[in-house]
Design a protein around this ligand. Structure first.
Ligand code: GLP
Length: 271
């Protein structure tokens, strides 16, 4: 895992948007995996800015979202489809038919989840998957105890997640109890992952994700098995990392490599 610590939340968003934009520029018909929640909002704002001011082109991009509440229509202000429309898609030149979010109205769960997996495969797989992390270490809605090989499926939300989300619904009784979510196994098959975390309340989950044992109790820790993960944190979310100094050394070496400052890396000055 490559761990980058940025100054603050806005910088986390900018770094993340920079990586997403580079992917889109390099491969205009790329497939992006997208996430909801407060964490990616700064990155989405920056992508919108780059589209409007710099012409970043989404016309050939395909997207798949991680998850959706069961029981909410796409027009419900708390549905993840609505979130994606208002916070990103409506402001880009993306083709609506190329944006995929699980359908919260579908009661034919098994078929719908199987089809979602097939659509991802038919699109050629996800090139870059954006992820947030729950304060208990979950990714998407893969709550603690989720199989690390799981696929897109129906998931019962934990009481903690329901309580954490009650603030958006006005009352806890209105929070859906079920969600459709990509599985941990689905996420592990993506080509590259970009996990973002901001704030002190994520520090324990981040430490467990990056440095703890791989465990179904912290589903984000399964990313340790993924081929390429970039973790971008603000200072508060990075606070509990035990090997922080090493992550900073890696970033410094990476910068020197990119700038061709080989001597400072001890390359070429051996007799
Ligand atoms: C929900 C979402 C996750 C998200 C998490 C954290 O559980 N299903 O995808 O990462 O919340 O949300 P936030 O970014 O608001 O902290």
């Amino acid at each position: 895992m490559r761990v980058i610590v940025a100054k603050n939340a806005a910088e986390v968003g900018k770094r993340a948007a920079g990586i997403i934009a580079a992917t889109v520029n390099r491969e205009p018909s790329c497939v992006l995996g997208l996430a909801t929640g407060g964490t990616p909002l700064d990155a989405y704002r920056e992508l919108i800015r780059r589209h409007k001011e710099e012409g970043l082109d989404f016309s050939r991009v395909t997207t798949f979202n991680l998850d959706e509440y069961v029981g909410l229509p796409p027009t419900h202000p708390q549905s993840y489809r609505y979130f994606m429309q208002t916070n990103l898609f409506d402001h880009l030149n993306i083709v609506p038919a190329n944006t995929h979010v699980p359908d919260g109205r579908s009661l034919n769960f098994e078929t719908h989840c199987r089809q979602y997996e097939h659509r991802i495969a038919d699109a050629g797989g996800i090139d870059l998957q954006l992820l947030g992390v729950g304060s208990d270490g979950h990714i998407a809605f893969n709550e603690p105890g989720s199989s690390l090989g799981s696929r897109t499926r129906l998931k019962t939300l934990t009481r903690e997640t329901v309580e954490a989300n009650a603030r958006f619904f006005g009352s806890i009784d209105k929070v859906p109890r079920l969600a459709i979510t990509m599985g941990v196994g689905t996420i592990l098959e993506t080509k590259r992952c970009l996990l973002l975390a901001v704030g002190e309340h994520k520090a324990a989950a981040v430490q467990a994700t990056v440095e703890g044992p791989v465990s179904a109790q912290v589903t984000a820790s399964a990313l340790q098995l993924h081929q390429e993960v970039i973790v971008i944190l603000d200072e508060a979310a990075a606070r509990r990392l035990e090997r922080r100094a090493y992550y900073d050394d890696v970033e410094q070496a990476q910068t020197l490599l990119e700038e061709g400052r080989f001597q400072e890396l001890g390359i070429g000055n051996q007799s």
